[in-house]
Structures are given as structure tokens and as C-alpha cells.
Design a protein around this ligand. Sequence first.
Ligand code: BJ8
Length: 425
Amino acid sequence: MSEDYRGMWKDLGLDLAGHDALLGVLSGAYRDIFLSQKNRPEGMGYFDFVMSEVHGLRIRELLDEKKTGRKIIGSYCVFVPEEIVLAANATLVGLCSGADFAMSEVEKLLPRNTCALIKSSFGFKLGKVCPYLESADMIVGENTCDGKKKAYESLGHLVNNLFVMDLPQVKSEQGRALLKSEYQRFRTAVEALTGVVITVESLMLAIQTVNAKRAAIHRLYSLRKADPAPISGLDALLANQVFFYDNPARFTDSVNKICDELEKRIAEKNGVFPEKTPRILISGCPQAVPNWKLPFIVETSGAVIVGEESCVEERGTRNLTDASGKTVDEMMEAIVDRYYQVDCAIFTPNPQRLEHIQEMAAAYKADGVIHYGLQFCQPYLMESIPVEKALEEKNIPTLRIETDYSMEDVGQLKTRIEAFVEQLR
Ligand code: BJ8
């Protein structure tokens, strides 16, 4: 990345030494993990470029948008509706939370036994190394798991303009009513921030834009059903991670282009791994940039990842919003309906998620499922047991792992994953 951006980072208040260190780790990991793969689709060049400029050109674009009066809204969860943000002429970005940073500072504010994702979001703030966070005009927190709920109370003292959205924990009439009223309250807050009143036209356009982005990524998912797999799980995960940062129309275009290429590869039986390579479905906690540890281990242990039941993949993107509403109220109802289907483990009970994992395992012809739980993440670790049982009923082998963002357990994980893959052969 060009030196050219240092002035911009300084103006944002980033700690330049810490930020340099972070970028060094990021680019080293990226080179070793992504660029060392063989026979990658050419279309991945676009995503490589985005990642190389994720703290550079993309931030410059966002700051240029801000100069024209557009606001930036940062989020940590797929429950934050991008449609409302876009309709009010603002941009939604996912906030950094996939690496350990400034942990000694973090542990002064959060208990040590907090999940890595929450600690990471604090580390990026306390270490002043996230240009997205520092550019944001509003940050949205959501009352999902207990860890996040309580952490936002502390985060509120560290950032300006934190909007905390309450979310239901039970799928019921009252639960849906709560989500609806919180989305209305969010809409009012976003309109107040931007000074833009959402109209039928702007909301319709926003729904269409986000639907197009999700439809493109669904197309990518569906191509991963082929054997041999036309794209690695690592590269597919990368495209899904870029989903949260990129300009939506450009992202949609780039995903569709890579899908055109993958269709040709499938016709030619040109895979990234040989045919009949054991196929793995990952299920569980989200994997935010640069948390590539698990897929790297899996795909260097003789298996290919063909799908992810995760918020940075299918759980987060799988349903489109009905675009047939004629009024803002009707479209808001459609948005509530769409997001209400997200089957995060914070819901109790949560049978839809178990059914979805079974369906995904069948659709992607997975030979086995790895359940990925972050240490201290009660919702997903607790739910990993019923997930394993549901998969046993379908005779699908499951490996439950519990890990964090450190590299200390790589050797141990590799041994377990290699043994699991061997069992699938
Ligand atoms: S909709 S999965 S993005 S909340 S890993 S912080 S659950 S203790 S991230 Fe999530 Fe929204 Fe749900 Fe998706 Fe808590 Fe677990 Fe940590 Fe987690």
C-alpha cells in the first residue's frame, strides 16, 4: 500500500506505528495464505486488490463520500439493515473485529474470558488502528449475546454516537414487533444523522441494490456445489468478507464476473482441488478479516470447504427482501420479515438453524461439518451440541472445535482436522 495514505491515517487519529504493525501482519498473512494457493480464478485479482487497499483506497473513497455530505455508519452485526442506511444516503461498513490487538489494554475493560470477536473490536478502538471505526459518523451496537450487550455499555464511553439496537431473543409475535419497532427507531436515527427522509423511491432502490449484492453471492454459493470445487473455501470466504466493505454495485459486478469464470471452470472440470476431495461445511461463529486460521488449516489438510453456515456467509446473506411493497411502511415490513429469518444462536429455541445446517450439508454434498466456536461464545458453543446431534441423525460426521484468534493452537487444530479429514475419505 502506498505511503500516500499516511497523512489520511494521521488525520483520522490512527496510531501510525501500531497501524503499520497491523498492516505488516495482515499483508504477510495474506501473502502466505491467499497468494500461495494454486490455480486461483483470475477474478480473485479484484478481491486481492480490494484487500491490499482495504485501509487505503477504500478509506479514501469513504472520506471523499463524506466530503459530499454522505455519512458512514459502522456495524458489528448482520442484523443492521443496509437497506435503511442506503435509502438515507449513507454507507454501511463492517467494523474490524478479526484479530487480537492491544489485548493488555482491552483486558482492563473487559474480562479475560470474553470472546475474541468482542475483544478484538475493543482492541482496534483502543489501539487506534481501525480507519473504518474512526471514519464512522454512527456506530451501531446490537443487543445480541450477553457479551456484546454489556460490552456496548463500555464502548459507549469510547466512541461518539453509538446507537444500540435492541433485538429479540425469541421468535414470537412480540419478538417480531420488537424488531419492527427497533428498525423504525433506527430509521429515525439514521434520518436525523443524514438529514435525509427515506422515500418510496430511495427505499426501493436500496432494497434492489442490496438484493442484487445478495443474489450475486448466492450465485457464488451455488457454484460451490460442483465437484471438483471451482473455488477454494478461502477465496469464497474472502469474497464474503469484502461484502462488508466494498461499494455495493461494484461488489455485485465483481462477484458476477467471477461467477461467469467459475461456470466455465465447472464446464471444463477445472477445480482448485481434485475431484472427490473431502468436502467440508463450516458452521458457527462469524470469521471476520483477518481471521483465516481455520479455513487455511482445513484446506492445507486435504479437504476443501464448500460452504459456511456463518454470518460472514450464508446465515447473513441468504434471504432477499421482498421488493413488491408500494409504500415505505410496506417495504419496512418486508425488511423486518427478511432479517427476522436470521437464525443467530442468540435465539431460543433456534430449530431453524439446525434445519438449515442439515439442508446445507445435503445441498453442498458435504462429507463432514466442522463446527467453529469461539472460546467463551456461549450461544454458539452451547448450540454446537444440538448441531452435532442433528447432523448425527443424518449420518454426517461432525467435528466441534473451540478456538480464538491466537496462533498457539494451530498445531493441535491441524492434528485434529487432519484426523477428521482422514475419517471422511
Ligand atoms: S447475527 S452471530 S453477527 S450476533 S462470537 S460476539 S455471539 S460471544 S458475533 Fe454475531 Fe450478529 Fe449473531 Fe451474526 Fe457473541 Fe459469540 Fe462473541 Fe458473537
